[in-house]
Design a protein around this ligand. Structure first.
Ligand code: SAH
Length: 403
């Protein structure tokens, strides 16, 4: 039984089929007993197990779809947990590079690679993540999967990841700075994401779409374009898996088709989607008579590929994941809402308050919309929200009609 790594008291934990050592969390808790992962000498957050489980399920699903990964890079790895789980559990990765700027993390990563007998297929480094990624490009080692999983915003690491990733590779990104993205810190959003985010009823979806738009723009600057395979919001973070491909013309097409703005009418929560970048189509704007707020730029294209979602759920049962049920539930809702291309949802409680109507059952509203011939679905973004292909006046009619 190992008790210390580099003089730091440790405990052994297991996620999926992988065991790792982490600094003993009991030593890094607040007075009220809650764990504070950032205080530990090496970062490990047990709450992110779900994010890692989804990633393992995603990589495994891609194998079923005939896509395998030769080189995976986890450049902000902490204990090594992500990269080690990907190679140990997905059966779809030949080699992994794990890296962290923290020298103590380096000792943990080496140790954790060893106890899982993965030393032959894992390289461990201790340099700045951007430096690592640019160095890999320089020696023409092009990863086909890069996982940017920092705390806070991923933006400082996006340009190097895009530069280095193989044509057709997958870039996975986590953003925990949900407040700026979803409208509670407008100035921080402008600084980091070059976009206008304000308080709206579909705040969680807005944040994810601004994040993806800002990555799309950075890709376009390098004559690259992106295609989201899976993106979602849970537990106060965003996560997106994006295919990155080369092509200036396609990048132009991406900006034309998938970037745009939302016109938000505060008095009644009506929204209009207006394509275009860097400015929205002014003729369309002229037609809007209500007083409105202009939001964006944001990604107005698909957030998920339905086929990928389906394969993830078909295969999840064969994996050893502690969060299997939660995972399949999330994917089911994603499948349901991915049929609706409208890039926003309505918050039923907020809409009812604008309409001065007592709140009906959300399922009754959905049924009413479906009876009118529209698509309608709950959304994973918010239990109080629903998505629909319906026109605004039909949404209002259903909300007013049902109880
Ligand atoms: N991916 C990990 C969590 C990592 S937290 C997991 O799933 O558990 C972010 C990590 O990034 C920290 O360990 C921190 O030391 C590291 N880090 C921060 N800035 C860095 C940089 N510029 N280069 C490399 N690592 C960095």
């Amino acid at each position: 039984m190992i008790r210390e790594i580099n003089g730091i008291p440790v405990i052994e934990i297991r996620e999926g089929k992988t065991k790792i050592y982490i600094p003993n969390p009991k030593l890094y808790t607040r007075e009220d007993g809650t764990l504070e992962p950032a205080w530990a000498p090496v970062f490990y957050n047990p709450k992110m197990e779900f994010s890692r489980d989804v990633a393992v399920a995603f990589l495994t699903a891609l194998k079923k779809m005939g896509i395998s990964f030769r080189l995976v890079v986890d450049p902000l790895s902490g204990t090594g947990i992500r990269g080690l789980r990907y190679i140990n559990e997905s059966g779809n990765v030949s080699k992994v590079i794990i890296n962290d700027i923290n020298p103590i993390a380096y000792e943990f990563m080496k140790f954790n690679a060893k106890i899982n007998n993965l030393e032959d297929r894992v390289e461990v480094y201790n340099i700045d993540a951007n430096m690592l990624l640019y160095l890999l490009a320089m020696i023409r080692e092009r990863p086909d999967f890069i996982d940017i999983d920092p705390f806070g915003s991923p933006i400082p690491f996006i340009d190097s990841a895009l530069h280095t990733i193989k044509n057709g590779g997958v870039l996975a990104v986590t953003a925990t700075d949900v407040a700026p993205l979803s409208g509670t810190r407008e100035t921080a959003c402008r600084r980091r994401y070059f976009s206008r985010s304000i308080k709206v009823d579909f705040d969680k979806e807005l944040g994810l779409r601004i994040l993806i738009a800002s990555i799309a723009l950075r890709a376009a600057a390098q004559d690259l374009y992106i295609e989201p395979l899976l993106s979602y919001y849970v537990d106060h973070y965003y996560r997106a898996y994006l295919v990155v491909k080369r092509g200036a013309r396609k990048a132009d097409e991406m900006l034309n088709e998938n970037l745009g703005f939302i016109v938000y009418v505060t008095k009644n929560l009506r929204k209009y989607v207006i394509k275009g970048f860097p400015i929205p189509d002014v003729n369309e704007l002229r037609n809007i008579k209500d007083e409105y707020e202009l939001i964006g730029p944001l990604w107005i294209g698909k957030l998920c590929e339905e086929k990928v979602l389906k394969v993830i759920n078909e295969n999840a049962q064969y994996l050893e994941l502690n969060t299997m049920h939660r995972l399949t539930r999330l994917i089911e809702v994603l499948i349901s809402e991915s049929k609706i291309t409208t890039p926003y949802y309505y918050r039923l409680d907020m809409l009812c308050s604008k309409l001065k109507k007592s709140m009906p059952k959300i399922n009754s509203v959905l049924e009413c919309l479906r009876n009118k011939g529209y698509e309608a679905s709950r959304t994973h973004f918010d239990p109080r929200g629903f998505k629909t292909s319906a026109e605004y006046h039909d949404v209002v009619e259903c909300v007013m009609m049902v109880s």
